[in-house]
Design a protein around this ligand. Structure first.
Ligand SMILES: Nc1ncnc2c1ncn2[C@@H]1O[C@H](COP(=O)(O)OP(=O)(O)O)[C@@H](O)[C@H]1O
Ligand SMILES: [Mg+2]
Length: 1008
């Protein structure tokens, strides 16, 4: 039961029949199976047994992904699947290091072979692999198509029905790698070689060879590409089937044979045999005059002889006569046609049957594991199920006998293990009523009394043995057995359903009527012993016990092989897959109640369920039970401190289980009714959600908290680092600052000493500092003489030089920015300065007044110009008479050669520059000047006493025009001048509050 999926149980029925409340009801069982089948859920458990219903369609549940899902997962944790079972077997084998087998049973067409293939494929994918193992794995996988080609055929029930029983061992090394394999085959249905019922075919390989064989091969084998030509292939009248592609299957088989390392010669011999069987089937007999059989098919004999390497003569005789030992001689006795045909078919069957055995041996050689270290194995038993036909021959008898044996084994193993479990757990064993089929097994196999014993006796006793004598013998021995009926032994009613030559067995799975025709077989070995075909030589060895000795009959051989199989299985742990066929028509989605009910019955599923449920539906180890349900009880959640058993006891008490509802074993708890478990499970389901939410919340909180803590830690770390860094920087800075300051102070203290290490930096600093400051505070104009930063002592010299440089620079800049007129003007002003600066008191007032070329109206000038040379300067003046010192307004005009005193354009006086002796001015702030004129001539007027508001301009111009720069005298006190030659006058100058000009009493002009 898949606990994890129990919630879904209402929708798709129960995943485990053990939980079926009405576990004794076949209808309830069927109902669950049907419900799931219609939901495409073909697998259901009964405990660890897997019930599989053939879906007859692809379900897409055998993918690699599915395999991965089921790998390493507990059987009950996922929905039932063949992979889950396979995986569980595998893991149990690995952990317990013991051997296991999986018994796959079911009716023909129920899906047994498919199931075994799925298991094999699962192992091929899930096992660890190495190159060597890959090799083994490929061979294991490829042995299947070969076996199927030779051992499978289309039947009415299944287009690919296995016509032999197969037990396959897969061997694993201690780490679980597949390292080898072994196949045992049982009871190939040889009769199929010579006879097929309507709608059935011979073994696939015949059709594959004829349809797919290469031209060359067919020519060499003497075959035609037409199945209709061969009487062994057409009896079922369906050589061609849409579901089978013989051509592609042929290719697969050929490839598989190569991989499995069949030599070319072996392959040739093998197909020679297959071909010879077909030729043999075409051999015809006609009656000669005495009614004995003679051959009528020379080409077939020719090919038989060629392919088997037996002389034609030998074949001819062998097919039409039998040898009878008469005293010391051997006598040939001819066959009737019937006998000849029977003998021919018997030969064909024998050849095919033995070749099949040889093939299996070859496969085994190829799969054999050469390494002798200890292996564990998983056996796969894919054995034919019960078969009931209209006519059931000896082969069906064997098949059904085999099923009886397996049923017996099943009963023993399940009951035994169940009983052992109860014993081990110390729980009272409550016997389950079930049908034990031992009585039927005994009927068949008991020594001296069983059917096989009787058959042996009949075959081997001297004298003519026929089918009827055999039947009589049986009737004699078995009379009164509840499971054996013949026509003679039956009552009135049943007798009608029986032929005279039939006997009927009441198998555990139902009644089967067998026909005793041809139960006794005849061998002829001697012909085949002469064969040159390598395989035939191996199959019919000359050392084989001769018919003279007591050979084992087929039935005995089969019986002993079954005993062998039983022994093999008994030594291993059993697992079961029960295959069920849902309908007879191979239809997907159709569920035939009657048919399924019948299979459920004879597969013993109800019995198995009853046994599993014997008393307790559910059992689980304490640990597992506690682990799952501990959240349901506060004492056990989240952890139980004591033993698991005590925990479960506590849990169960809390849940309120009634004492008769459960039992405590040694290691397991046993729960009687499924409903108890369901209630627990439902409670758990509810609780689970709460828990999940709580856990989720806790976990989320935990995650977020963790995240927050980490962030906080990170922030602190970053902060610490940053602070450290900052502190270190600060410290460095301070240390540096201390050093700098110290040095600064030292530098300051030693600043006046010669340059040394101590003060060089300080001095540099002082210099730089001074220069920077100086840069900011340079004088803005040339005239600004005061703003010059006081230099530190060491910079005195440099400062002086800089000051000069800068002044020159400013001057230069000033000059460059000057107009020519202004330059000229300034030059004149310069001249003025050199003449008067510091000498005449009112000079500073004149500096700011610009000089001009004339101060008189143009027209006055022009008049003068018209008479004389070009006037270069003119200015109004006041002329004081030499005698009376009366002031008169005149204009003073300079030309290139002379100065004129003009009144209203009339020249009053002309002074030639060369006659000009000098000019005198006072040192005071008056505007008087006296022109001293040279005069030898008496008539000449004396010196001129003039007053001019523009005295400095007029005098400077005079110097320039007259080119007499030294002519000006600055005088203190009085100026003496000539009134006339020989007669002198004086002008006195005095400082005073008010400007006054007057004739003083001494006759001098007084200027205050
Ligand atoms: N699990 C399955 N899924 C799909 N089809 C299946 C499955 N099992 C069987 N079949 C179909 O049923 C047919 C018969 O199955 P097979 O295994 O040969 O039967 P058995 O061996 O029991 O006689 C297969 O050829 C296949 O078409
Ligand atoms: Mg099969």
């Amino acid at each position: 039961m898949s606990l994890g999926s129990l919630t879904a149980r209402d929708r798709v029925g129960l995943q485990d029949f053990v939980l079926l409340e009405a576990y004794t009801s076949e209808s309830a069982f069927l109902e669950n199976l049907r419900k799931r089948f219609h939901e495409n859920l073909i697998y259901t458990y009964i405990g660890t047994l897997l019930v599989s219903v053939n879906p007859y369609k692809e379900l897409g549940i055998y993918t690699k992904k599915q395999m991965d899902i089921y790998m390493g997962v507990n059987l009950f944790e996922l929905p039932p699947h063949i992979y889950a079972l396979a995986d569980n077997v595998y893991r149990t084998m690995l952990t317990e290091s013991n051997n296991h087998f999986i018994l796959i049973s079911g009716e023909s067409g129920a899906g047994k072979t498919e199931a075994s293939k799925k298991i094999l494929q699962f192992y091929a994918v899930s096992c660890p692999s190495t190159k060597l193992m890959d090799n083994v794995r490929d061979r294991l996988l490829l042995s299947n198509p070969v076996l199927e080609a030779f051992g499978n055929a289309k039947t009415l029930k299944n287009d690919n029905s296995s016509r032999f029983g197969k037990y396959m061992d897969i061997q694993f090394d201690h780490v679980g790698g597949a390292v080898g394999g072994h196949i045992l085959s049982y009871l190939l249905e040889k009769s199929r070689v010579v006879h097929q019922n309507h709608g059935e075919r011979n073994f696939h390989i015949f059709y594959q060879l004829v349809e797919g064989g290469e031209e060359d091969l067919l020519r060499w084998l003497g075959l035609q590409r037409n199945c209709q030509q061969y009487s062994y292939l057409v009896q079922g009248e369906c050589a061609k089937v849409s579901s089978i592609n013989d051509k592609t299957d042929w290719k697969t088989v050929r490839k598989a044979l190569t991989v499995i390392e069949f030599s070319e010669s072996n392959v040739e011999s093998l197909f020679a045999i297959i071909a010879s069987v077909l030729h043999l089937g075409n051999v015809k007999f006609i009656a000669d005059s005495r009614g004995y059989a003679t051959l009528n098919s020379s080409p077939e004999i020719h090919w038989l002889s060629k392919l088997l390497g037996i002389p034609t003569q030998v074949i001819q005789v062998g097919l039409t006569h039998r040898k009878i030992a008469a005293r010391s001689e051997e006598v040939l006795s001819p066959f009737t046609i019937d006998h000849a045909v029977y003998a021919r078919d018997a030969l064909a069957k024998a050849i095919y049957g033995r070749t099949f055995t040889w093939l299996v041996n070859m496969l085994n050689e190829s799969l054999a594991n050469k390494d002798s270290s200890r292996k564990t194995v998983i056996g796969l038993l894919d054995i034919y199920g019960f078969e009931v036909f209209n006519v059931n021959s000896f082969e069906q008898f064997c098949i059904n006998y085999c099923n009886e044996k397996l049923q017996q084994l099943f009963i023993q193993l399940t009951l035994k293990s169940e009983q052992e479990e109860y014993e081990m757990e110390g729980i009272e064993w409550e016997p389950v009523p079930y049908f034990n089929n031992k009585i039927i097994c005994d009927l068949v196999e008991e020594k001296f009394k069983g059917i096989i014993a009787v058959l042996d006796e009949e075959c081997l006793r001297p004298g003519e043995a026929t089918d009827m004598t055999f039947l009589e013998k049986l009737e004699e021995k078995m009379a009164g057995h509840p499971h054996f009926i013949t026509h003679k032994l039956a009552d009135q009613k049943t007798r009608k359903t029986l032929e005279r030559g039939d006997f009927r067995l009441l198998h555990y799975a139902g009644e089967v009527t067998y026909c005793v025709d041809h139960v006794l077989t005849i061998f002829h070995l001697q012909v085949m012993r002469q064969s040159k075909n390598a395989i035939v030589q191996l199959c019919f060895p000359t050392t084989e016990p001769d018919s003279k000795k007591r050979p084992e009959t087929v039935a005995t051989q089969f019986k002993s092989s079954l005993v062998g199989l039983t022994e093999i299985l008994m030594s291993k742990e059993p697992w079961y897959v029960r295959c069920i066929k849902p309908n007879e028509g191979k239809q997907p989605g159709s569920f035939d109640d009657v048919l399924v009910r019948h299979q459920v019955k004879y597969l013993g599923l109800m019995e198995h369920l009853r046994v599993r449920r014997a008393g307790f539906a559910y059992r689980r180890r304490y640990q597992i039970f506690l682990q799952r349900y501990k959240p349901l009880c506060p004492d056990t959640w989240p952890n139980w401190k004591g033993t698991a058993a005590e925990g479960v006891q506590c849990l169960v008490k809390h849940l309120g289980f009634k004492p008769d509802e459960y039992k405590m074993g040694r290691t397991k708890i046993f729960i009687r009714h499924p409903r108890t478990l369901f209630a627990t499970e439902d409670a758990f389901e509810v609780c689970k959600h709460e828990l999940a939410t709580r856990i989720q919340a806790k976990y989320k909180g935990y995650r977020v908290k963790g995240h927050y803590m980490r962030q906080r830690e990170a922030a602190t770390t970053i902060e610490t680092c940053w602070r450290g860094l900052k502190a270190r920087r600060e410290r460095q800075k301070r240390a540096w600052a201390v050093k700098v300051i110290k040095k600064f102070i030292k530098g300051f203290m030693t600043r006046n000493q010669p340059v040394s290490v101590d003060n060089s930096e300080y001095l540099d600093y002082v210099r730089q500092n001074y220069l920077t400051r100086l840069k900011e505070s340079l004088p803005k104009t040339v005239l600004d003489q005061n703003t010059w930063l006081t230099p530190p002592p060491i910079m005195k010299e440099a400062s002086e030089m800089l000051r000069k440089l800068y002044t020159r620079y400013m001057v230069r800049k000033y000059i460059q920015g000057m107009t020519t007129e202004r330059k000229a003007q300034l030059q004149i002003k310069g001249l003025t300065s050199s003449l008067f600066k510091g000498r005449k008191e009112n000079y500073p007032h004149s500096v700011s007044r610009p000089f001009v070329d004339t101060r008189i109206k143009i027209n006055v000038q022009t008049k003068v110009i018209s008479f004389h040379a070009f006037p270069q300067y003119s200015v109004p003046v006041v002329k004081y008479d030499r005698n009376g010192f009366r002031p008169r307004f005149r204009q003073l005009i300079y030309t290139g050669t002379a100065a004129y005193l003009v009144e209203e354009a009339k020249i009053k006086q002309r002074v030639q520059f060369n006659q000009l002796k000098g000019v005198s001015v006072s040192n005071l702030s008056d505007n008087f000047f006296i022109l001293h004129i040279q005069s030898e001539d008496i008539k000449q007027k004396g010196d001129l006493v003039l007053q001019c508001d523009h005295i400095f301009e007029a005098l400077t111009k005079l110097c320039l025009v007259a080119n007499k720069e030294n002519c000006i005298n600055v005088v203190q006190g009085s100026i003496k001048f000539d009134i006339q030659p020989g007669r002198e006058g004086f002008v006195d100058f005095k400082s005073g509050q008010e400007t006054m000009i007057y004739r003083a009493k001494n006759g001098h002009l007084m200027v205050v």
